[in-house]
Design a protein around this ligand. Structure first.
Ligand code: HEM
Length: 417
């Protein structure tokens, strides 16, 4: 199928499309293109809801073992830096069965609803403390002062990081830049140094958890045993913790900021959500969060490596090819979502979105982040009113192949009566 004229000269990974991809996705869907083959990189980009869903359900064919794509460094200078740390081994997100199944069994418990409910009070206290710190000012940079610190604080507590939160964020940003494949050489070196620094820090925390236990996810994993299997190695634990650190940060931040921005842009919906805050109608707030996840899709896409010659939606894909599941496009597929470019907090099937993926690799942190966002919006709209974007020109957007979201959102507001 030919690409329509309007997007013929650009690509899904072009910087301008990453910044503002929605017209591109609309043109792709209007033209009925479900898969696009990018010949230069032998990558097949999957855009439709049906085919993204189908591929996630066939992990034997569409493998998650894509570490080679993301982190393996050819450059000797960078290799020398990485040699001072631990091997970057495939775990969870980047592993297939049986390693994936074994990792997932261990971490499922730690991310269960029971665990999430147990930290709800801490989420609420932290949300209120953050809001109170800026409530009297009448303005704030929402990302910096709320949407970043809340998830960073929650995940740092869970993975047993006792260091400065700015440091956690810097490690997480470096990991995102490594995976995003858009960093220049100097930044790549910096990211490699950051990874090694994180690993050495983490080694201390692992040894401590091994000796002293504790009520953290880290202690659970360090001390977890499955009968007949070896315990997790230090390198595996470091890799898992890094995934939690990254996945738990950027994505929840983007959804919080994206949700607030969409509500400011849609005042009637803001009024309904505000009326539901303060515990009055958590179902509506939750649906608004699902719609934000669909509409913004913080994890725009994810890689798969094809293990055997296959076919998807009538397109032949050879073994060894790279597949990119474009979840953000799938979430704007008109075959699944009516009027997909409209933000509708009351959309009936919002929750069927693919923002958390689907199948065996579906986001393990989904219950944690859903709860975090529910508590956050509940407190925010109960305590503050009349939100306005203070400076439209300074809204920032993360430009990355895998992640997209609002990185800067200056707002003004009043205190609720
Ligand atoms: C709004 C918030 C979040 C979004 C949009 C999101 C998105 C995703 C997506 C799309 C995947 C599937 C990747 C694939 O298809 O291979 C995924 C997997 C994963 N997410 Fe999340 N995530 C969020 C929050 C979190 C949180 C809070 C954590 C943990 C602290 C987390 C940890 C993970 C991990 C470890 C995986 C890999 C699971 C596996 O491969 O079995 N995520 N996430």
């Amino acid at each position: 199928m030919n690409k329509p004229e309007t997007i013929k000269d650009t690509s899904v990974f072009a910087p301008e499309t990453l910044l503002d991809p929605w017209d591109y996705y609309r043109a792709i869907h209007d033209a009925g293109i479900e898969i696009e083959h990018l010949a230069e990189t032998n990558t097949f980009v999957v855009y439709s809801y049906a085919l993204c869903s189908e591929a996630t359900g066939k992990p034997d064919v569409f493998s998650n073992d894509f570490t080679a794509l993301m982190g393996r460094e050819q450059d000797e200078e960078i290799q020398a830096i990485l040699a001072e740390g631990w091997d970057d081994v495939p775990t969870l997100l980047t592993a297939d069965h049986p390693v994936h199944t074994r990792n997932r069994k261990l971490v499922n418990l730690a991310f269960s609803m029971k665990r999430v409910n147990a930290i709800e009070e801490t989420m609420r206290e932290k949300s209120i403390a953050l809001i109170e710190a800026f409530a009297d000012k009448g303005e704030c940079e929402f990302v910096e002062e709320f949407a970043i610190p809340l998830p960073v604080f929650m995940i740092a507590g869970q993975i047993g990081l006792d260091t400065d939160m700015k440091q956690v964020k810097a490690w997480s940003d470096a990991a995102v830049d490594r995976f995003g494949q858009m960093a220049d050489f100097e930044r790549k070196k910096e990211c490699a140094r950051s990874l090694v620094e994180y690993q050495h820090y983490m080694k201390g925390r692992i040894d401590d958890a091994r000796a002293n236990g504790g009520e953290t996810l880290l202690a659970d994993l360090v001390n977890a045993r499955i009968e007949g299997e070896n315990p997790l190695t230090d390198a595996e634990i470091m890799s898992l913790m890094q995934q939690f650190m990254v996945a738990g940060n950027e994505t929840t931040t983007s959804t919080l900021a994206g949700g607030l921005l969409q509500l400011i842009r849609n005042p009637e919906q803001m009024a309904k959500v505000k009326a539901a805050a303060g515990g009055r109608d958590p179902k509506l707030i939750m649906n608004m969060i699902e719609e934000t996840l669909r509409y913004e899709t913080p994890t725009s896409g994810m890689w798969r490596i094809v293990k055997q010659d296959t076919e998807l939606g009538g397109t032949n894909i050879p073994a060894g090819a790279v597949v990119h599941l474009r979840y953000a496009a799938a979430n704007r597929d008109p075959k699944q979502f009516e009027n997909p470019d409209a933000f509708d907090a009351e959309r009936k099937n919002a929750r069927t979105h693919l923002a958390f993926g689907k199948g065996p690799h579906m986001c393990v942190g989904n219950m944690l982040s859903r709860k975090e966002m529910l508590v956050a919006f509940d407190e925010l709209f109960e305590r503050l009113d009349d939100f306005v974007v203070a400076d439209e020109d300074s809204i920032g957007i993360l430009q990355n192949i895998l992640l997209r979201g609002v990185t800067r959102l200056p707002v003004s507001f009043t205190k609720a009566a």
